[in-house]
Ligand binder design. Structure first.
Ligand code: SDX
Length: 392
């Protein structure tokens, strides 16, 4: 055999880590950011408060929150040269690929954000990306729609400004819709962090080489894009729309999901950690009912989703494998009600996860953690002599 190596007995360099940011209990469906329950934060906090909490460890008082918001708005300009990079993409480009590229391209226009070691230097990089990423998201969406690329309004709230940048039409006077902004705020909070998931682990391991915050976030955006991870929210809507086209035949899709020879999975179901329920899915499911009712939208897709969930929860294949709706199962229904295009759903996930990625990167850097270096169990060929090509 290749011989088994003894993996590093500790957790260092194996991609696992200690962290004080987010606590999950997969059996009990518990999710807490810095000790505060997701239920309370989703109900009572604003997204920018939660971003501050995740990154700095405490909920901000009024002055701290106002300064944080001002420091962000002061950094919301983007070098006009960046528009030339955006113009280089075809309109058909997926927004996650565009935003991963633009986030990396931002480094060239913000070189002082790369080699950071002090808290002050990190803060400078953090407020810059919290300011500029939503502008890039809005520009990416508006470019697809052939709308002018402009900026928001520093006098608006953080989430309201995001919504205005994304959706304000040139001739329109923007009017805030409280139901929409509250729903967006809640969704961003629910996506803000989730301990060492695929994309967060990517941010930490890229950051551990001191590649810089923006480079680490660009890598995290790419990892989140995958349909097994954040890309699932787009895949859920596409699945529900296919079921709707099929006359609501959920049984056909349930059978496909259980068929070992069929790679199809019931998107929005299952989770590596939650084995009873995803607390976020419960909150989002209720929010979907509330938002659609408040907006007077009767979306048959919501009924199809509820029917699918009911069937799966009564099906032994799913029950035996502890497969329940996850954060992605209902979120797309709300995004759709808010007028967000399906292929922007994962971008909304990234916008919500941004403070969590930043918090995890900052924690790793401030702790002076070593470069990530996972090990392996070697299962390849044993030692053998080279054979000349004539003799192979
Ligand atoms: C997110 O990690 C995080 O925290 C992620 C996230 C976050 O906030 O960062 O919570 C966000 O990514 C949520 C997950 C979004 N992805 C999806 O909804 C895609 C569909 N779900 C699956 O692909 C899957 O459930 C995963 C990826 C979410 C979890 O996969 P696991 O834990 O590795 O499960 P597995 O692949 O080992 O499957 C175990 C069994 C297998 O069957 P058997 O081989 O035992 O017969 O369950 C089956 C799988 O085939 N299975 C599914 C299924 N998910 C697992 N069968 C049908 N449909 C599914 N969705």
């Amino acid at each position: 055999t290749g011989g088994l190596i003894t993996l590093d007995p500790g957790y260092k360099n194996t991609g696992s880590c200690e962290s004080a940011i987010t606590f999950l209990d997969g059996e009990k469906g518990v999710l807490r950011y810095r000790g505060y329950t997701i239920e309370e934060l989703a109900e009572k906090a604003q997204f920018l408060e939660v971003a501050y909490l995740l990154i700095f460890g405490e909920l901000p008082n009024k002055e701290e929150l106002a300064k944080f918001h001002k420091d962000i708005t002061d950094e919301s300009h983007i070098d006009e040269e960046m528009k030339k990079i955006l113009d280089g993409f075809p309109k058909s480009a997926h927004p996650m690929g565009v935003l991963s590229s633009l986030t990396s391209a931002l480094i060239a226009f913000n070189p002082s954000t790369v080699d950071v070691s002090s808290e002050k230097e990190m803060y400078h990089a953090i407020v810059r990306i919290l300011a500029k990423f939503p502008v890039l998201v809005a520009w990416t969406l508006r470019k697809k729609k052939g709308l002018p690329l402009d900026y928001g309004d520093d006098d608006l709230g953080y989430v309201e400004n995001i919504h205005k940048m994304m959706f304000k039409r040139p001739s329109q006077t923007y009017k805030k819709n409280d139901v929409v902004i509250e729903a967006l705020d809640k969704l961003l909070i629910l996506h803000a962090d989730h301990e060492q998931n695929c994309s967060t682990s990517t941010v930490r391991i890229v950051g551990s080489s001191h590649a810089g915050l923006f480079a680490s976030l660009s890598a995290g955006i790419s990892a989140l894009w995958g349909p097994l991870h954040g890309g699932a929210n787009q895949a859920v809507l596409e699945m529900l729309e296919a079921i709707e086209k099929d006359g609501g035949d959920t049984k056909k899709y349930m059978a496909k999901a259980k068929d070992k020879d069929d790679p199809f999975r019931l998107m929005g179901f299952g989770h590596r950690v939650y084995k009873n329920f995803d607390p976020r899915a419960k909150i989002i499911k209720k929010a979907a009912d509330d938002v659609l009712a408040d907006l007077g939208i009767d979306d048959p897709i919501l009924e199809i989703a509820k029917g699918l969930e009911k069937e799966a929860l009564e099906d032994s294949y799913f029950v035996d494998r502890k497969l329940y709706p996850n954060v992605d199962f209902y979120s797309g229904i709300i995004y759709r009600a808010l007028g967000i295009p399906t292929e922007m759903f994962t971008v909304m996930f990234a916008m919500g996860r941004l403070p969590g990625w930043i918090a995890q990167w900052r924690e790793m850097r401030l702790r002076g953690e070593p470069i990530g270096r996972p090990r392996q169990v070697y299962t390849g060929a044993t030692k053998r002599p080279f054979v000349e090509v004539e003799n192979r």
